[in-house]
Design a protein around this ligand. Sequence first.
Ligand code: ZN
Ligand code: ZN
Length: 465
Amino acid sequence: MIRRSVMANRLRVIRPRPILRRCRGDAFKQNNHDHRICKVLGSIYKFMGNIAPAAEHVLHEQKLERLAEVAVRVGLGLKIGQELVMTASIDSLSLARRITEHAYRAGASLVTTLYSDDSAALMRYRFAPNESFDRAPNWLYEGMAEAFKNGAARLAITGSDPLLLSNEDSEKVGRSNRAVSVAYRPALELITRHEINWTIVACATPAWASAMFPDDHSDVALAKLWDAIFETSRINHEDPVANWKTHDANLHRRAAYLNEKRYTALQYTGPGTDFRLGLADDHLWIGGGTTAGNGIYCVPNLPTEEVFTTPHKDRAEGTVTATKPLSFQGTMIEGIQVRFERGLIAQASATRGQDVLEKLIDTDEGARRLGEVALVPHSSPVAHSGLTFLNTLFDENAASHIALGRAYSGCLRNGEKLTPDQLAAKGANDSLIHVDWMIGSDNMDVDGITASNVVEPVMRNGEWV
Ligand code: ZN
Ligand code: ZN
């Protein structure tokens, strides 16, 4: 699971948009309308020859509408009178405004959206003094924590350019990430402990689409990314809210099965991987939605395909190889291979972005240990799409994964009530970071090991047994 999205950005070439006769702007809310999508879908459907030109526009708007509805009704479960704090990039306006509308219609008392801007984020790296990179807007994060304590829900729209900071000084990137982690911690803790209802949903943006589909014209890339988001976010159904409820129930059933088994460890076997990971004492498998401390049922990640729990921070042994690149706050890390000894990273390498990986695991002592283990079948819609989204919200749902850093106390029995020392005694890791990386594939076998050392198959070739 991921708990926040970075609002990252990039410099864009602003091209004049052509005037499109097919767009019936008057029939829709102008502000929410993205003509580029209309244009591209128009040419695709025209080519198919079976959908009237106006229909393409209706179709996209309909899906956007459904995504916003699912975000508010399934993701947040927003309650009448509740405040909502939302973060979004200015490239996500179309979705942010739809969500705002749905939130108010669901009875939100106040929706506050903090918008970020690509160009502004890069200007810091161009023009700010060196000391800037140790700073974060503490007052802002304190305000967010205050809002959450007073009952606000939290929604993040993800969609940043995964390559935004890939050419920037990794030392500065690391320092600024650290400053944000420290400042955000009090607010993030309320999210980690599920004290409030929260969710993350994706919006296609030109920069993200171009990073994913570099060979396509930007308009085509954007339309392809929207299609992929709608499909993997399970929006392409007559009644997506009902479809989500069924999917959520299936995840809960899978987690219940693993909780009944009470494995002490998982053994992973696959190309470049021979790895045994102990599970924390009193670990609890979780999947799908959850009832937050404020009593509201929410589904924190859209999409979500994983069941996950807390590994034991001192019980990881062997070598594990990543099966997908890791996009870490603007930088791509590829070909990660890590060897663990008694839970601690003894050796870590990457074919690309090794310096960023090293800075990441040097964040603090807990950054060299694991805080999450998640199982995802290879047949999940994200894996089925065959795409690498360069965004953890999606890519973590394409494959089984583990996370460096902080554990979720919610993945332990009565974890929310334990002190940091008690959590550590059960094997739960602590760190400023929590970074998921993908280790599953259709070549990966996973076995569960019981307390009496019986080995049972859990996954074969990436699918549930
Ligand atoms: Zn995670
Ligand atoms: Zn996860």
